[in-house]
Design a protein around this ligand. Structure first.
Ligand SMILES: *Cc1c(COP(=O)(O)O)cnc(C)c1O
Length: 467
């Protein structure tokens, strides 16, 4: 290889020579020979392309660049961060933070053999859903329950089981997009169901459903339009009335609740979201809901309701493809158990704790931290403790915000300086993610748990240094 290179490039040291440099000997000890060699080769390759003929380069600079390449590759891509967006259940930031009980259960399931599909009473093969089935039924009043990868999977599986090649009847006011690729019409197509739209965007009446029902009907789907609200001249068919219609025509009614909470949120001063128990009581044959939204557990999708329908779902080969693993099952079981003691939920379940946290408490934290940030950021940024509004996130009660407090960081340099400031916070060892509003970077402190770590983290801040 060397022979083919122009003479100016021979100034680059060989891989072997570099491997003998003390810093890179240490790198080999820490990261292994192949990682280190790869970084050296890539660095030399890059230098060959960018070095002008005749220039030479200090070997120490090469070593430094090799080391930083190794660091970049070794760095964790999915980073722990501070969610100061004000959105408690932020889908892009991992939604619910789990309770310690759930974390312990998941850790134990990872570390040890567990009775995942093993019945300890009979010594025979058991079913993985058994660990949560009774608990879910107890908490929701449903006859039976099963769980899958997420709520999107739950809806997909229900549609695929009950209405492949048949019609799924849905109100035009409920053909929602949740975000990403989850759009009701598309998930129906994917499940092999034929979408039968009824009513109009703003008004759907009982007769619209009745007129659509026939031998082709596989199910009626009611979708909780949690992420938007239509106001004004509107009408929808109440779940109880819809359940009557479904029963009269002998077709199953499925209610996709989306977030689906197990407790009445009005106890935390939020507007009431329908609970799963209520949806079951209202007469839905099946109810689907997420594990990592208001429930505050790991990603999962629950399907609860009639025993014969759950049995049919469990027989669907797709169930196997959508099932959850032992870690999440363990975390689900532990999370659900916390609901047996609703009075202590706000202590034990982070999602509830964040939602229920008093403005007064958040405001105190804001006044503590405002001077700290002002000092770190200097005169170029105006830092103030300001009132703001948090939201639940993940499509739950999007119009109902919660009074909160935060820090407003307003750079004197305007738009570009604001962009640099938010970049600087994103590049911290523990990135801090806020939101930009009205020319300021806002950190809503509702979800700030580890204040000391937050403070220590600030010492790495290089505002304006957009490197
Ligand atoms: C969020 C949501 C879903 C999807 O749930 P995931 O758990 O994110 O898969 C489906 N339906 C409704 C109504 C939702 O709000």
């Amino acid at each position: 290889m060397d022979d083919a290179s122009p003479s100016s490039l021979r100034r680059l040291p060989s891989v072997d020579r570099l491997l003998r440099r003390p810093d890179l000997v240490a790198a080999v000890a820490q990261h292994g020979r192949s990682e280190t060699t790869l970084a050296i080769r890539e660095t030399l390759g890059e230098l060959r392309e960018i070095l002008k003929p005749g220039t030479s380069i200090d070997e120490r600079d090469i070593v430094a660049s090799v080391l930083s390449r190794i660091d970049v590759r070794a760095d964790t891509r999915m980073k722990r961060l501070f969610n100061l967006t004000g959105t408690v259940l932020h889908t892009n930031l991992g939604r619910a933070i789990l309770a310690e009980e759930a974390i312990e259960a998941a850790t134990a399931a990872m570390r040890h053999a567990v009775s995942l599909e093993f019945d300890l009473d009979s010594g025979k093969r058991g079913e993985r859903d058994d660990h949560v089935r009774a608990l879910v039924c107890e908490l929701t009043g449903a006859e039976d329950a099963t769980l899958v990868n997420n709520n999107a999977a739950a809806v997909l599986l229900v549609l695929n089981t009950l209405s492949t090649g048949r019609e799924a009847v849905v109100s035009r006011g409920e053909l929602i997009e949740i975000g990403g690729a989850f759009r009701m019409p598309e998930i129906m197509a994917g499940a092999g169901a034929l979408l039968r739209e009824v009513g109009t965007t703003n008004r759907t009446h009982p007769r619209d459903y009745v007129n659509a029902l026939g031998p082709e009907t596989g199910l009626i789907l009611k979708v909780h339009t949690s992420n938007y609200r239509i106001e004004g001249f509107t009408a929808e068919v109440d779940a109880r009335d819809l359940a009557k219609i479904a029963r009269q025509h002998n077709v199953p009614l499925v209610n996709d609740l989306g977030s689906g909470t197990l407790v009445d949120l009005s106890r935390f001063g939020l507007r009431k979201e329908p609970t799963v128990r209520e949806a079951v009581d209202e007469g839905a044959d099946l109810v689907t809901f997420s594990g990592d939204k208001l429930l505050g557990g790991p990603q999962a999708g629950f399907i609860v309701g009639r025993k014969d329908l759950i049995a049919a779902i469990n027989r669907n080969p797709m169930k196997r493809a959508l099932r959850v693993d032992k870690m999440r099952l363990a975390a689900c079981e532990a999370t659900l158990k916390l609901y047996r003691d609703p009075d202590r939920l706000t202590e034990r379940l982070p999602t509830m704790r964040f939602l229920a946290r008093s403005v007064k408490d958040v405001r105190k934290q804001a006044s503590r931290l405002a001077p700290v940030l002002a000092e770190v950021l200097g005169a170029a940024v105006v830092v103030e403790a300001v009132p703001c509004r948090s939201q639940i996130g993940s499509g739950a009660l999007p119009l109902d915000t919660i009074a909160s407090f935060g820090l407003s960081l307003k750079p004197k340099g305007g738009g570009r300086a604001l962009e640099q400031l938010s970049t600087a916070f994103r590049r911290l060892p523990r990135p801090v993610i806020g939101r930009i509003a009205e020319g300021a970077l806002i950190f809503d402190l509702r979800c700030l748990d580890h204040e000391n770590l937050f403070r220590e983290n600030l010492s790495s801040l290089k505002p304006g240094g957009a490197s």
